[in-house]
Design a protein around this ligand. Sequence first.
Ligand code: SF4
Length: 232
Amino acid sequence: MAAGEKRADGTVPTPKERGYARRIVNRLAVRYPEITTALRYRNPFELLVSTVISAQTTDENVNRATPELFARWPNVEDLAMADHERVEQVIFSTGFYRQKTRSIIALAQDLVDRYGGVVPERMEDLVTLKGVGRKTASVVLAEAFGQPAIAVDTHVRRITNRLEMTAEDDPAKIEQELKALVPKHEWRRLSMRIIQFGRDVCEARRPRCWECDLHDLCPYDPKTPAPEGETS
Ligand code: SF4
């Protein structure tokens, strides 16, 4: 879908709305000119597995566990045949390790059975893989394959709502809205920029509005005032 197509409610963004989105996108691009996922990976398979493991934990935690995981089971076929208990031991520190072990082994088996062990490059195929939703598929498409895709996680949902780029709560609808608002060439970096902005500035509980690059644009109310001794 290119910018100019419909949003989730069937409307097309106005030039004013697109202009507003462009200013936000441009400022985030200035703040984070070069940005990629913090997950370490060597190929699409490793990014796919790492993204599944990254649920409910930090990228740093994932990066501590995955070198051993991919050293012991270096390719899809190895992981598809891996012993569950041994995998659980390796990814234990990432939390929810039993569920994640089941997920990544089932995912590897699915890849072997249906795609010859090769990670597909299309959204419609990726989302049919066991345990892979649109967010994970978008991360892999954008980061590993360099394709235009927008991953909507909790940061993207929170911040685009605060900025009133969307009023939707459903991630698939938010993705659709952002794709209608933002030029296609910006899609690939947009999620990573918003996610990093959510970690650095527009935090969930206490957004750091007083030092925010988007303060003059953002309609969120009430904004957090500067702590005593700091100026905005
Ligand atoms: S002004 Fe506050 S709420 Fe708005 S984007 Fe910045 S940090 Fe977030």
